[in-house]
Design a protein around this ligand. Structure first.
Ligand code: SF4
Length: 557
């Protein structure tokens, strides 16, 4: 194929247009503007800075690939927007919140909401709308924002990151160029900021090169499956419900949520820890069970499904955070593990990580030095930040729940009393996929039956329709299976091909070709949640970005 690639040079490149990247770009642009005004008015010595800042995003629109609950702690945006008039387009202020324990048919309200789940003063929001607004603010501050540009590869020069290569477009399923072939552009940058979300492709490459995770605990994930509903009755916006129990068992960490928004919209979903043991676990199916519970069924009665999605959530906390810098590289937001799993919140931490990164980038631009030494100031800033103080207090929270619900309750109570320390500090954690049991050791499944009625409950393919997912069909699969024969020869026998269950979009299928089983990858169904890379028991799946703009469209979420 032609190597005649377009080249673009920028000063700072942000990969991913989530809240972390966009906050970094906005804060940096404002620091530069303040600096230039101070230099012009001779309040400060120095040169006028005119760097080119560029955000690239794989979704066809800003917000199309962004998914979260979301109840937002406004701390991050309040700090980011100081001095600006623009306010985030929150849906509603939280007026009421409650925690329920669900059995199969009953809902018991907790007498009080535990402090980590108290949301008074916070806001219910659509993260898709928030990032759209944030991208517009960035553009108003002279940051270029390019949606539909997936980055597939980090460019290195020796031990330095010098930019990224975008995916090629117009390549056929057979790997051959089509008439519309265009090689992906190379974007060279003094610093590349990775804000790709959890399990980022470029982060994986940087990790291999620099060993960013070599000294941290393994990251542990959950998957959130979410639906947006519209009901045709008056709803008070800003009511937040969290639930424990049904449809999850005591050995699975997770719970349900439902938030009311404006115009009769309800966010509802289920978060399931990706260290479950039963390979038959199917988070999409569990979400359908959740909606059969009378408490949820009543909430969405007479309503219609608007949108469906899923996303991995990095829950390991501070002990699982990688090194956040290298020569020419910074890592922000979910990519760096900025998430408080006890509070189920990461947006404010993503924004705060972005602001710390922006201050470091500003210094690097002034000094004209993007070495690891200069960029290490980001971690130094993090060490004395509010974000770090918050994460330090819950440093063993997720780890303690890997040993079951009651062990988790016991240890987390002790941790709360001892500022996060608990009985064992650091408490070890095991990568989730290694805990999956072989089918031969399983008891009969106790999962309740789901009758997909197409009104309240939907089978996977019908749900997928509501994610508005589309990919160019004639392109190589973006899901690379290192050895598909393992799927047929080993995995069917040992784990019963759990990819058919854990993928929330029916991407993986075992079909029959006469007597022969055949492993089929329906990559155009993929909603980019990354669960397969995380939960595949043999770790042979590699998710890579498809051709520009492909994927779900969650801007309503
Ligand atoms: Fe998620 Fe993987 Fe399925 Fe895509 S193929 S939807 S990334 S589990």
């Amino acid at each position: 194929m032609s190597s005649d690639r377009e080249q673009l040079e920028v000063d700072v490149l942000f990969v991913g247009a989530g809240p972390a990247s966009l906050s970094t770009a906005l804060h940096l642009a404002r620091l530069i503007k303040d600096h230039n005004q101070a230099v012009e008015s001779r309040e400060r010595e120095g040169d006028i800075l005119t760097p080119v800042l560029l955000v690239v995003e794989k979704g066809k629109e800003i917000g199309a690939h962004t998914l979260s609950g979301a109840v937002v702690d406004p701390r991050g945006f309040d700090a980011l927007l100081k001095g600006l008039e623009s306010r985030p387009p929150y849906e509603a202020k939280v007026r009421n919140d409650a925690l329920y324990y669900l059995t199969e048919t009953k809902a018991f309200r907790a007498p009080f909401t535990p402090p980590p789940l108290q949301n008074h003063g916070y806001y219910v929001a659509s993260l898709g709308q928030l990032v759209k607004w944030l991208a517009t603010l960035c553009e108003e501050h002279e940051v270029d924002v390019y949606p539909g540009f997936p980055a597939k590869e980090i460019l290195f020069d020796g031990d330095s990151v010098i930019g990224v290569r975008m995916t090629d477009s117009g390549v056929g399923r057979d790997g051959e160029p089509k008439v519309n072939y265009e090689p992906g552009m190379d974007v060279k940058a003094k610093v590349t900021v990775l804000g790709e979300g959890p399990k980022g492709t470029l982060f994986g490459q940087a990790d291999c090169k620099f060993g960013l995770s070599s000294e941290s605990q393994p990251q542990i994930y959950a998957v959130g499956v979410k639906e947006l509903w519209r009901v045709d009755r008056d709803l008070e916006p800003g009511v937040v419900y969290h639930s424990l129990g049904f449809p999850l068992g005591l050995n699975e960490l997770g719970g349900g949520f439902a938030y009311t928004m404006q115009d009769g919209l309800i966010d509802l979903g289920l978060v399931v820890g990706l260290d479950y043991k039963d390979p038959r676990t199917d988070c999409h199916l569990l979400l359908q069970c959740f909606k059969q519970h009378p408490f949820i069924r009543n909430l969405i009665a007479g309503g219609e499904l608007v949108s469906y999605g899923a996303k991995a959530i990095p829950e390991g906390g501070i002990y699982a955070m990688p090194r956040l810098f290298a020569d020419g590289l910074l890592v922000v937001g979910d990519s760096g593990g900025f998430l408080n799993s006890q509070r189920l919140k990461g947006i404010h931490l993503a924004v705060e990580s972005g602001m710390l990164a922006a201050e470091t980038l500003f210094e690097a631009l002034v000094k004209g030095d993007s070495s690891a030494q200069t960029l290490s100031a980001y971690e130094a800033r993090f060490k004395s930040s509010l974000a770090r103080r918050e994460l330090w207090k819950v440093r063993n929270f997720r780890q303690s729940f890997q040993r079951g619900f009651w062990s988790g309750m016991f240890h987390s109570a002790l941790q709360m009393l001892s500022g996060g320390r608990g009985l064992i500090d650091p408490m070890p954690i095991t990568p989730g996929h290694t805990l999956m049991r072989r089918t031969s050791s399983l008891a009969i499944s106790t999962l309740p039956e789901v009758d997909f009625d197409g009104t309240t409950t939907f089978d996977k393919l019908s749900s997928l329709y509501y994610s508005d997912t589309s990919h160019e069909e004639d392109q190589p699969s973006h899901l690379l299976i290192r050895d598909p024969q393992i799927c047929i020869d080993k995995c069917s026998e040992e784990f019963g091909n759990p990819c058919q269950n854990f993928c929330p979009a029916s991407v993986y299928e075992i079909t029959r070709d006469g007597e022969q089983p055949r492993f089929q990858v329906n990559s155009s169904n993929c909603i980019h949640c990354k669960t397969c890379e995380i939960m595949d028991p043999y770790q042979i799946i590699l998710w890579t970005p498809p051709e520009g703009g492909g994927g779900p469209d969650w801007k309503k979420m």
